[in-house]
Design a protein around this ligand. Structure first.
Ligand SMILES: Cc1cc2nc3c(=O)[nH]c(=O)nc-3n(C[C@H](O)[C@H](O)[C@H](O)COP(=O)(O)O)c2cc1C
Length: 148
């Protein structure tokens, strides 16, 4: 059984909703156990040990990720995630910079093995639509596909 962590931050709930749909996509794709955790519940790098894949999610505010996500990435850097599967996502209204920056760090700093779909930004007004839900589920499936 593969273990997957979805760690996210969400101020108004849209990125959290994305995380829940992504978890559904992961679960649909087979034998895996998904844990959904707000990053504020993750205390210390050891709490990031033992997963086969990691998805990190954050909304974009002021063209960047929330400061708590920046701090979380410093923590994740100590967790030794090289070679692990993953992806990054977040809700936005226009620019959606946060998932791009998170994905960039996961790829180039952590040296993770990331989904070929790239960073996943979803416009806020689409999150609750069938189309948005399917896009999230497909993103989850794409990360599950990396696990063989
Ligand atoms: C003060 C403020 C600044 C924002 N800045 C951006 C931005 O720079 N780029 C963007 O795409 N969306 C921006 N947004 C929109 C949020 O990313 C969007 O509402 C998102 O769905 C919030 O996600 P959450 O519900 O997970 O907190 C901003 C929203 C607020 C309230």
């Amino acid at each position: 059984m593969k273990k997957i962590l979805i760690a996210y931050i969400s101020r108004a709930g849209h990125t959290q909703q994305m995380a829940e749909y992504i978890a559904e996509g992961l679960r649909f794709s087979g034998a895996c156990e998904v844990e959904l955790k707000p990053i504020t519940d993750i205390n210390g790098a050891p709490a990031l040990a033992g997963y086969d894949a990691y998805l990190f999610g954050a909304p974009t505010y002021h063209r960047t990720m929330p400061p708590a996500m920046e701090a979380f990435l410093f923590l994740a850097q100590q967790a030794g995630l090289a070679g692990r599967a993953g992806g990054a996502f977040g809700s936005c209204t226009h620019s959606g910079d946060a998932p791009l920056h998170i994905f960039d760090t996961m790829e180039h700093v952590f040296k993770m093995r990331l989904t070929g779909l790239g960073p996943f930004k979803l416009l806020e007004h689409l999150v609750e639509t069938p189309e948005g839900m399917r896009a999230c589920q497909d993103y989850g499936r794409s990360v599950a596909g990396l696990l063989g």
